[in-house]
Design a protein around this ligand. Structure first.
Ligand code: NAP
Length: 248
């Protein structure tokens, strides 16, 4: 990889994560991104962006995922940021039909993994003698679901996103003195593959009628907010949850 400054992005092969990888590379950052099962998409992104990126097939819920991921990223350069983007909704539907398997998976991917990745980053960064000039930054990807609760769709998913926002606030206060900013981006309904995976491919268009701007968001519009929070242009932003939702 050619950039010395590296950002770790989980879930980089599709949707918001892929747009974020592209956006950060455009800023001249190196990116190490994960996916759990999309080798072809990862290879295509590496071909597109060349030496600035490295994809790694690594399920964020694996026991050794935080250590492996940061070891790999540190071998590529100085790790200055973490984007906790990988997320799953579970199957869309009424709460009474939520399966234990979906519940456990949603909590593991959306909450346990980001907590463990934040802890790995914080342990490594606070052990350093000196911070990089612009400090270190974590951006967690939440959801408008944290405010609506997602009734009739995926209440458990919504609950994990509320927890991620609470963690973001706590970590901002605990880690701020060490030079680590922690913020969240809360997207509204974005046109990505997540809706098909939940079982309703047309969901983004269906929900668009409720959005004041009359359309779902594009992944690039979320990537822009993530890139800004990671950058020095947001140097005094800490503990914020930035809604990027067309006014929902
Ligand atoms: N799209 C929306 O409307 C919307 C709204 C609000 C918030 N969000 C949030 O935005 C984030 C990105 O969503 P998206 O819509 O871009 O999703 P997406 O299109 O389904 O992409 C998800 C990405 O995460 C990866 N991933 C999923 N589980 C993983 C795991 N266990 N380990 C490693 N990588 C994993 C996927 O690759 P593999 O399948 O290969 O693992 C893929 O690269 C999520 O946190 C989501 O909750 C999305």
């Amino acid at each position: 990889m050619t950039s010395r400054r590296i950002v770790v992005v989980t879930g980089g092969t599709r949707g918001i994560g892929r747009s974020t990888v592209r956006r950060l590379c455009a800023d001249g950052l190196g990116v190490v991104f994960t996916h759990s099962s999309s080798d072809a998409d990862a290879a295509a992104l590496e071909d597109e962006l060349g030496d600035l990126v490295r994809g790694v097939r690594l399920d964020v819920t694996e026991d050794d995922a935080p250590e492996r991921l940061f070891d790999l990223a540190e071998s590529a350069g100085e790790v200055v940021g973490l984007v906790n983007n990988a997320g799953v909704t579970g199957r869309i539907g009424p709460f009474t039909e939520l399966t234990d398997a979906d519940l456990r998976r949603v909590v593991e991917v959306n909450l346990v993994a980001p907590v463990r990745l934040c802890r790995e980053a914080a342990r490594r960064w606070t052990a350093r003698a000196t911070a990089p000039p612009a400090g270190w930054v974590i951006v967690n990807v939440s959801s408008v679901a944290s405010r609506t609760g997602s009734p009739h769709e995926y209440v458990a998913y919504a609950a994990t996103k509320a927890a991620v926002e609470t963690m973001t606030m706590g970590l901002a206060r605990e880690l701020g003195p060490a030079g680590i900013r922690v913020n969240a981006v809360s997207p509204g309904t974005i046109d990505t593959t997540i809706h098909a995976r939940a079982g309703e491919p047309g969901r983004a268009q269906r929900v668009a009628a409720r959005v004041p701007m009359g359309r779902p968001g594009r992944p690039e519009e979320i990537a822009e907010a993530i890139a800004w929070l990671l950058s020095d242009r947001a140097s005094y932003v800490n503990g914020a949850v930035l809604n990027v939702d067309g006014g929902l």
